[in-house]
Unconditional design. Structure first.
Lengths: 142, 130
């Protein structure tokens, strides 16, 4: 039955009621963080190119490595790296949240709000701490 | 609901893999790689922070040292599998046209293999220094 209907052209199908979709619901934090988990995952996917570029340049020689250093040190490069750091930490903390949920814990309204909020604030805080540490490693204020 | 009425062969039922032919394999390995990814990501961040601002010669020496190279290789292999499953899931959720779906699933495999093998090659070259 279902197979037959899948094969019928669109205009021949009856208009069926749609289940409530994204724009019907009031945006909630858990829902937004679920979407952000996918977006950060996709960004990290593309961002693996940066890691590959850095490693290949290091393996290629000083000139290639100097090009990477120049790009990473530029304003755009720094913004990309800052965003990448946050995406990585947010995806990691979001992943931990999902692993906790996999154990069927933390589903009460207050608990899930807390976990979600902790993901967001934790990722921002860790990103800032890491960049301050990185700044100090680089030699601090010059 | 008796056994005799089922269209499934006993082998099919005992394998329990369902219509996708691979059961919950991807679901499980996405969890395995996410657990492994936590210490490996921390390792990657420590390594990168330690390499900030160092000369090319120093970076080559540190990235090629056994412990650092092994952590980097584990991170890349683990991440490659994790991101391959993740992007496949996104494609299956949002791309409904059969042609585009197959093409994007292929592109996902090509991208993951290309990027991860390039990274692995670079680390091995740094380690064995040919």
């Amino acid at each position: 039955m279902a197979k037959l209907e899948a094969g019928t052209p669109m205009e021949m199908q009856r208009a069926r009621p749609l289940s409530p979709h994204l724009q019907i619901y009031r945006p909630m934090l858990t829902m937004m963080m679920s979407i952000v988990h996918r977006i950060t995952g996709s960004a990290l996917y593309i961002g693996m190119l940066l890691l590959a570029w850095w490693l290949i340049a290091a393996a290629s020689g000083p000139n290639a490595y100097a090009n990477v250093e120049w790009f990473m040190g530029s304003l755009i490069g720094q913004l990309v790296l800052f965003g990448y750091t946050w995406a990585l930490l947010h995806h990691m903390l979001g992943g931990i949240r999902h692993l906790i949920w996999d154990t069927i814990h933390g589903f009460e309204p207050a608990e899930r709000e807390l976990l979600t909020l902790a993901t967001l604030t934790g990722s921002i805080a860790l990103t800032l701490i890491l960049w301050v540490v990185g700044y100090l490693v680089m030699g601090g204020p010059r | 609901m008796t056994e005799s009425q089922s269209m499934r062969t006993p082998l099919r039922r005992v394998r329990g893999l369902g219509s996708a032919h691979s059961g919950t394999n991807h679901f499980w390995y996405q969890r395995v790689t996410s657990v492994a990814g936590i210490p490996l990501t921390i390792g990657l961040l420590v390594i990168i922070t330690a390499l900030l601002g160092r000369s090319h010669a120093a970076v080559v020496q540190i990235l090629g040292s056994p412990i650092v190279a092994i952590i980097m290789l584990l991170f890349i292999i683990n991440t490659a599998y994790h991101m391959w499953i993740g992007m496949q899931e996104i494609i299956l959720d949002y791309v409904h046209d059969d042609r585009w779906k197959l093409l994007s699933l292929m592109a996902n495999t090509f991208f993951v293999f290309g990027v991860s093998l390039a990274s692995i090659y670079a680390i091995l070259k740094l380690s064995f220094g040919v």
